[in-house]
Write a protein that binds this ligand. Structure first.
Ligand code: 6R9
Length: 635
């Protein structure tokens, strides 16, 4: 038996060493024993980071949906695959069993075929967090169409850019979506986007909010009648290991979004293996990741990873604040969630509400807590650990990226001792390296540098759709023969990694390199402060100085801002040193965030530098309205 499920620390080290010494035989064993193949590979790995070219399991033939659905039918047919929890807590949850999922995916796949979609065609999926989103995704995979899921919160402009970039032939959407107490006219957004997209022939529309929308007669079709007439058996398209499975867009530090291309076999193997271990998933556990399927976290850890393991995966349509800030905890209690995976931004928002709403619910089912998306600050880590996990559920602070396809650095719960704000140890098969400015690898422990990965892993993105040159320049040119992540990290005295933030967020103040994350951590320790973001701005003497944007938990209580500013700088001086004190502190109602909850420091940096005419497109932000108020109150 291969080491599919790691259970203690010695085993981790032993398996890790094996995966580094003999990566090919290691991954071959995992692939061989835990997946079904129509044909096995001729070669496990072929790679060259200088081209760059990476191929895993070449020659193999498979369909990922046979691994995620068909093979479970014999043993888990009546087990819940997808547990759908609607936006409205009074609407019944839906338990979709593996048998039902099989039928629904096959029906949908047949509809796609009838509508002229073939292997290799791109299909844009712009659907809210309803079962059709997961089902449409899997249906594309069933017939070998390449899905491009676009988060159903993006604007018409952002949607059109993504549809055109990958020449999508079809858009799948819904009449609208629920978000807390609001409804969103999704179809209207699609109509607006498609005014600028010549490539789309068909729009399939799922009914969710029963709204009156206009349908363009030759282009738009209601989904349900088509599904009702479709057969629930659809032979899976046999795919080559390196055939693209999906495109997922991620924003670069400059330019248009990058359509990261993930291929079939390697992605499947890595998503499944990481899911099993990083969450210690056991049969009959109920697993919940709060991300949206529009992000990589949802692709790998709501859909493919869990289903490849025959797991029960919760899909939540709503938001953490509706009908109140206890919703997450109410859902954990209701469905007896065992593994809970969310983002630091959500944790901070919930922590701001105090503990009353957490204490109200029975969270004793929880075994593992996860964090992803940005560095988790010390305060949020402890709040999560104390109040949600009751100090008994390990927190896995998992670092990874759209480009990596799966979790790269993470504690394995009940295996790796955790340490607040540390993503700890590389996952099996992952070879991180820290580099100095001159491109030299920093060996040994207690070093800090730019985070690279030296060796390919099965789920690394293979290219940027339509722009291999950009792929090469962005990821493989900064450090020869290494994949460059764009993040900085430090390795502590025992070899644990701490992600210090994007290296483009490093600010050099009077010749000292300062990461924004530790400064923000220090500030966030102040009891009055909800959130903070630090950026650099040009300074005559220091080169760069620090500008802090800060939101308060309760603005009324701390009216004396001058005293508060002093306290903040004292905290920074205490935690980091006087060098990291802020030159300017601006209090604001909110911070501009991406739809996935990341603070848009790029915009804050421009405002701090007084470059307001050059803010770029702010329409895709979660809260574009805060930008103007920050500008108006600029110091
Ligand atoms: C999975 C995902 C990737 C960037 C990544 C890094 C940041 C993600 C993190 C983390 C510190 C963690 N990031 N997880 N930073 N600790 N546990 O979020 O993918 O949306 O592509 O973002 O997010 O900066 O480079 P993606």
């Amino acid at each position: 038996m291969s080491n599919y499920h790691i259970k203690h620390l010695e085993e981790y080290y032993q398996v890790y060493r094996k995966s580094i010494r003999e990566p090919e035989s290691f991954w071959e064993e995992i692939a061989e024993e835990h997946f079904i193949w129509r044909k096995k590979w001729d070669k496990v790995l072929e790679w060259d980071f200088s081209k760059p070219e990476i191929k895993w399991f070449q020659g193999a033939k498979l369909n990922i949906t046979e691994n995620c659905i068909d093979r479970h039918l014999a043993t888990r047919g009546d087990k819940t695959a997808i547990l759908f929890e609607p936006n409205n807590p009074d609407e019944a949850a839906e338990h979709i069993t593996y048998n039902q999922l099989y039928k629904r995916v096959n029906q949908f796949a047949n509809v796609l075929k009838e509508q002229g979609i073939q292997k290799g065609d791109r299909v844009c999926i712009y659907v809210p967090m309803i079962p059709e989103l997961a089902i449409a995704t899997l249906a594309c995979a069933r017939i070998g169409a390449i899905h491009s899921v676009v988060f159903a919160g993006f604007s018409a402009t952002a949607l059109a850019t993504r549809i055109n970039d990958s020449d999508c032939k079809m858009v799948i959407t819904a009449d609208g979506s629920y978000r807390g107490s609001k409804t969103i006219d999704l179809k209207g957004i699609v109509d607006e986007a498609l005014e600028n997209c010549g490539c789309v022939e068909t729009v399939l529309v799922a009914k969710r909010i029963q709204s009156n929308i206009s349908m363009k007669s030759d282009r738009d079709k209601w989904l349900q009648p088509l599904l009702d007439n479709a057969s629930d058996v659809c032979e899976a398209e046999i795919m080559n290991a390196e055939d693209p499975l999906f495109i997922l867009y991620t924003s670069g530090s400059t330019g248009t979004p990058k359509g990261m291309v993930h291929t079939t076999a390697g992605y499947m193997v890595y998503a499944a293996y990481t899911f099993k271990n990083a969450f210690q998933y056991r049969e009959n556990d109920v697993y919940w990741c709060t991300a949206d399927i529009g992000w990589i976290t949802g692709h790998s850890y709501i859909v493919y990873g869990p289903l490849a393991n025959g797991a029960t995966t919760v899909m939540f349509e709503g938001v953490p604040s509706y009908p109140d800030f206890g919703r997450f905890w109410q859902i954990v209690e209701k469905h007896k969630v065992n593994q809970f995976y969310t983002a630091p931004t959500a944790i901070r928002a919930l922590a701001k509400q105090g503990t009353e709403l957490v204490d109200k619910y029975d969270l004793s089912s929880l075994k593992v807590l996860g964090s992803v998306g940005e560095p988790i600050n010390e305060e949020a880590w402890h709040w999560y650990n104390d109040n949600v996990g009751k100090k008994k559920s390990p927190i896995i602070d998992s670092w990874w990226q759209t480009e990596t396809g799966g979790i790269m650095i993470t504690p394995i719960p009940y295996v790796t001792p955790t340490k607040p704000t540390y993503a700890t140890l590389p996952f099996i098969g992952i070879q991180p390296a820290l580099m100095d400015e001159n491109g030299q690898e920093l060996k040994g422990n207690q070093v800090e540098g730019r985070l690279c990965i030296k060796f390919p892993w099965p789920s690394i993105a293979r290219t940027i759709w339509g722009n291999h040159q950009r792929y090469k320049e962005t990821y493989f040119s900064a450090f020869e023969n290494n994949y460059f992540t764009g993040d900085g990290a430090l390795r502590d005295e025992v070899g644990y990694y701490r992600i210090t933030g994007r290296v483009d967020d490093v600010i050099i103040v009077s010749g000292h390199n300062l990461g924004t994350a530790p400064i923000e951590d220090a500030i966030n320790e102040h009891p009055a402060i909800a959130e903070s973001a630090i950026v650099g701005f040009p300074h005559e003497i220091k080169g760069s100085a620090l500008y802090g944007y800060i939101t308060l938990k309760d603005a009324g209580e701390y009216r004396n801002h001058d005293n508060l500013k002093k306290e903040i700088n004292q905290l920074i001086a205490d935690r980091i040193g006087p060098i990291a004190k802020l030159d300017k502190i601006q209090f604001s109602e909110g911070l501009p965030k991406t739809r996935s909850g990341k603070i848009m420091r790029r915009i804050l940096r421009k405002i701090a530098a007084n470059e307001m005419d050059n803010l770029g497109d702010t329409s895709t932000l979660l809260n574009p309205e805060v930008v103007q108020s920050i500008i108006d109150n600029r110091l």
